[in-house]
Design a protein around this ligand. Structure first.
Ligand SMILES: NC(=O)c1ccc[n+]([C@@H]2O[C@H](COP(=O)([O-])OP(=O)(O)OC[C@H]3O[C@@H](n4cnc5c(N)ncnc54)[C@H](OP(=O)(O)O)[C@@H]3O)[C@@H](O)[C@H]2O)c1
Length: 272
């Protein structure tokens, strides 16, 4: 039997824990031995108890023996951690960073230009294995290393490989997107309350409608506009609803929301 590969997750916070849990619960679980670190001992103890894995606060010893190092700390913490450990990082290792607004070039410089670099942008539904992750290849990353990252994040939802120049857009669309969707669900649920449905039932109707519509788009692979046309009976109710939404400029408002978040991500990248 092949020896499991060692993955060390630097930063077992919200996203780090989600990735660890997703991997351990998956068929890939047996192929990896997962350890992690946090900044404080209290968080390490908590992660250890929740995940039942080795977890401490010593990044150096955790990174030293790892085949794959996943950086899941806040963006400003990544620079210090990589620079402090530059001398122990090796060319056989792979670093995958999920830090928003941190480029593969920055990661490569901070890590000392030896390990292979991959950048990932997952989103919070990864916590329930319904996320979407964009990946891009950084310096020294081979096809096999990128394919392995695709498999790992594939355990947490869908994966797509994109050029790094599009990553601020990915942050604006799927990174921040869950918040936009919550807002829409909340608004639809308010509408349900307005027409006399209980809040609980209105939220259920709204959320499952969004989930179902999203599944139709993904499973059928059809253009959303043609699916919309299918539901829109001539002189029916849907067309009246759509007209009101167009009047309220729903489309352009959503586009502007994504553009504003993308712009902010670009600014953050410049500041880091
Ligand atoms: N949340 C999202 O929706 C999302 C989506 C995509 C990407 N990301 C990216 O994912 C990263 C993590 O986000 P998060 O929401 O998971 O953050 P979080 O919940 O605050 O977790 C951060 C973790 O990093 C640990 N940490 C801080 N400094 C450390 C150090 N020097 N050594 C080892 N561990 C250290 C913290 O430990 P302590 O608890 O001890 O401080 C904590 O466990 C960010 O870079 C973010 O841009 C987040």
């Amino acid at each position: 039997m092949m020896k499991p590969k060692k993955i060390c997750i630097i930063g077992l916070g919200k996203m780090g824990e989600a990735i660890a849990t997703g991997l351990m619960d998956s068929e890939l679980g047996h192929a990896y031995s997962i350890t992690g670190t946090t900044r404080t001992q209290a968080s390490a103890d908590e992660a250890k108890a929740t995940l039942q894995i080795e977890c401490g606060t010593d990044n150096t010893s955790a990174m030293k023996n790892a085949d794959l190092i996943l950086i899941a700390v806040k963006p400003h913490q990544a620079e210090t951690i990589l620079k402090e450990n530059q001398s122990i990082l090796k060319k056989e290792q792979v670093i995958i960073s999920i830090c928003a607004a941190v480029t593969t070039e920055q990661l490569s410089t901070w890590a000392g230009a030896k390990p292979a670099i991959i950048r990932a942008m997952p989103n919070t539904p990864c916590l329930i294995k319904s996320g979407v992750t964009a990946l891009c290849r950084g310096p020294r990353c081979s096809d096999a290393q990128l394919a392995e990252a695709e498999k790992i994040f594939g355990e947490l939802g869908l994966v797509t490989v994109l050029e790094e120049s599009l990553f601020d857009g990915v942050t604006g669309l799927s990174g921040c997107g869950p918040a936009f969707m919550y807002l829409i669900i909340e608004a639809l649920s308010e509408a349900g309350v307005k027409v006399g449905i209980s809040r609980k039932q209105a939220t259920l109707l709204a959320a499952q409608t969004m989930l179902g519509a999203a599944k139709m788009v993904l499973d059928r692979g059809e253009h959303p506009a043609s699916l919309k046309d299918e539901v829109t009976t001539p002189a029916g109710c849907t067309i009246d609803g759509l007209m009101a939404l167009e009047e309220g400029k729903l489309r352009v408002t959503l586009i502007k929301g994504v553009l504003a978040a993308t712009k902010r991500s670009k600014r953050m990248a410049k500041e880091s």
